[in-house]
Design a protein around this ligand. Structure first.
Ligand code: SAH
Length: 544
């Protein structure tokens, strides 16, 4: 038997108990002494990072490994993230080779452990009067969900339960409450909810909480929750079997129903999608000075299903978005767009991408911020890649951080992609630099949505008037006469030059020069409409 060292790769968890169970399994396999060396690490969230485990094996002289993804079914982690992380390790360690093992399930050893966990929950009560809800993680990969259905069937075969129904704690249907409701309607009185999970974690905990909540509303039912598979001898046996199998060199995953190869209904966008490695927080920073390969995009955080990217789209023309922002749009399943988000970018989306226009609702002017937050969270929870596309930069008067906080409160992960703000780009596109050596050493970006003197205003107009630097006003069209008046009243020179730039970057861009004491009259006369920025200060005279 080939005793090649074994690298066990976990995806990581926020649960300390889950990490401890993983470590205990690695230790259990090490004690078996069936292979020459064993180490384990995670691709994200938990310590030790994969790179440390690989480094340790390499330091102990190993160059040929069996890498085993510690996953129950092949989905995004097993098919994409873990191979991508391993590819990166091969770049770090020239000469490193590895054979990649199959996901663990479905396997009779696991089904036996599940049956034991269910029996423990039954505590002597009979199987015949018991329905089982087998709850998988749930995936946007239909193949992985189908595996859970298969395990449910295999668990039922020959074991004498009244029935076993699959369900999912996230990203797929039926949900935990939905499968419990289904069983109740089928006439179940006693239900064991069995998490199809290797170790403790946030999701198994959620399964318990959702089961308890359902049971609290249905006192007539006896609902119990079984333990996870956990560190045990059967799991160690299976890991070693997968190790041996990887070395026999004939492991094939089921490619016939793989969404990355075959256009399955509703998942056609996955075909051929490139994979990007996860970054473990403890990974060494990239680019130690030497090789950074062309085409290696791992500086870009990828947009994952269930995440929201809050993206600055720039001031308007569709080529002033950042490269990263465009990559997020290319990955999106849903785009929730602002009124000022570059419209051209929406026309360039893949077919089938849902565009939600937050600047419009059927019977009203615009979606409320709460409705926008709910839409972002709802689409993310349904497992979609969500882009919130905003004009300019999301954090410059864009309410972007409110959306990030709302997502965080709902447990939805976010990625922030800064953008080119109209505050700087608007003047620039009209020929005005907001700073210039020897002319202006400060620039203040001010919202004019509340006029001077308004009780809710947070702006110190008198201090702005005393300064000599550049003032850029956004959202100021309505109040511009009052603002200009306040600046003059508090001491800015009446002849301070001002430039108004409307629709900056768009084909219809227009600009008007004025001076502070004539600005209100100019805006009224020319009927300046939003969106417009006002630049105030000596830099305006630099315009060629
Ligand atoms: N987050 C945006 C600003 C949102 S507030 C950014 O960073 O650009 C909306 C204001 O931005 C508008 O009232 C206007 O003052 C300004 N604005 C946005 N796009 C603009 C454009 N293309 N031309 C001129 N002003 C623009």
């Amino acid at each position: 038997m080939d005793r090649s060292p074994l690298l066990i790769v976990g995806h990581g968890t926020r649960s300390a108990a889950g990490v401890a169970q993983f470590a205990a399994l690695v230790e259990r396999i090490r004690r078996r002494a069936a292979v020459d060396d064993v180490d384990g690490g995670f691709i994200e969230l938990s310590r030790p990072p994969l790179t440390d485990a690989v480094g340790a094996l390499v330091a102990r002289g190993h160059r040929r490994l069996v890498a085993l993804p510690l996953v129950l079914a092949a989905a995004g982690h097993g098919k994409g993230d873990i191979p991508a992380a391993l590819a990166r390790e091969r770049q770090r360690h020239p000469g490193l080779r590895y054979a990649y093992g199959r996901p663990l399930g479905p396997h009779p050893l696991l089904h036996e452990v599940l049956a034991r966990r269910i029996d423990a929950a039954l505590d002597g009560d009979d199987r015949a009067g018991t329905w089982v809800a087998l709850i998988g993680r749930g995936s946007t990969d239909p193949d992985a969900n189908a595996e859970v259905a298969k395990v449910a069937r295999l668990l039922w075969e020959g074991r004498g339960y009244a029935g076993v129904e699959p369900g999912f704690v996230s990203l797929a249907e039926p949900s935990v409450p939905a499968v419990l409701e289904r069983l109740r309607r089928l006439g179940a009185r006693r239900i064991v909810v069995a998490p199809y999970f290797l170790f403790a974690g946030v999701l198994p905990e959620r399964i318990g909480a959702q089961s308890d909540a359902y049971a609290a509303g249905h006192r007539e039912l006896d609902v119990r929750v079984a333990g996870v598979i956990g560190d045990c001898d059967a799991l160690a046996d299976l890991v070693l079997e997968r190790h041996a199998e990887a070395l026999r060199g004939d492991i094939r995953m089921n490619c016939d129903t793989c969404a990355y190869r075959v256009a399955l209904p509703g998942f056609a966008d996955k075909v051929g999608r490139p994979q990007t490695p996860h970054h473990h927080p403890d990974d060494p920073a990239d680019g130690h000075g030497h090789h950074h390969h062309h085409g290696d995009h791992h500086h870009e955080p990828a947009l994952r299903p269930g995440q929201v990217a809050v993206v600055g789209g720039g001031p308007g023309p569709d080529d002033l978005i950042t490269v990263r922002g465009k990559a997020m749009l290319d990955a999106a399943d849903v785009v929730v767009a602002d009124r000022l988000a570059p419209a051209g970018l929406l026309r360039g989306l893949r077919p089938g991408v849902l565009v939600v226009d937050a600047g419009k609702v059927p019977r009203g002017p615009a979606m409320t911020q709460d409705a926008i937050n709910d839409a972002l969270i709802g689409h993310a929870r349904a497992g979609r890649r969500v882009v919130r596309l905003k004009g300019g930069d999301p954090y410059v008067f864009g309410r972007g951080h409110e959306e990030v906080l709302a997502c965080a409160a709902a447990g939805v992960g976010t990625v922030l992609v800064p953008g080119v703000s109209s505050a700087v780009a608007g003047p620039a596109l009209a020929g005005v630099p907001v700073t210039h050596r020897g002319v202006a050493h400060d620039v203040t970006v001010v919202s004019g949505h509340l006029p001077p003197g308004h009780p809710d205003s947070l702006v110190d107009w008198a201090a702005l008037a005393r300064g000599r630097g550049t003032v850029v006003l956004l959202m100021a069209v309505e109040s511009i006469a009052k603002i200009a008046g306040a600046l003059v009243e508090h001491g800015r020179a009446p002849d301070t030059p001002v430039l108004v730039v409307r629709d900056a970057g768009h084909p219809g861009q227009r600009s008007w020069s004025s001076r502070l004491d004539e600005l209100g009259a100019l805006a009224a006369r020319e009927e300046v409409r939003p969106p417009a920025v006002f630049v105030v200060g000596p830099v305006v005279d630099l315009r060629g």
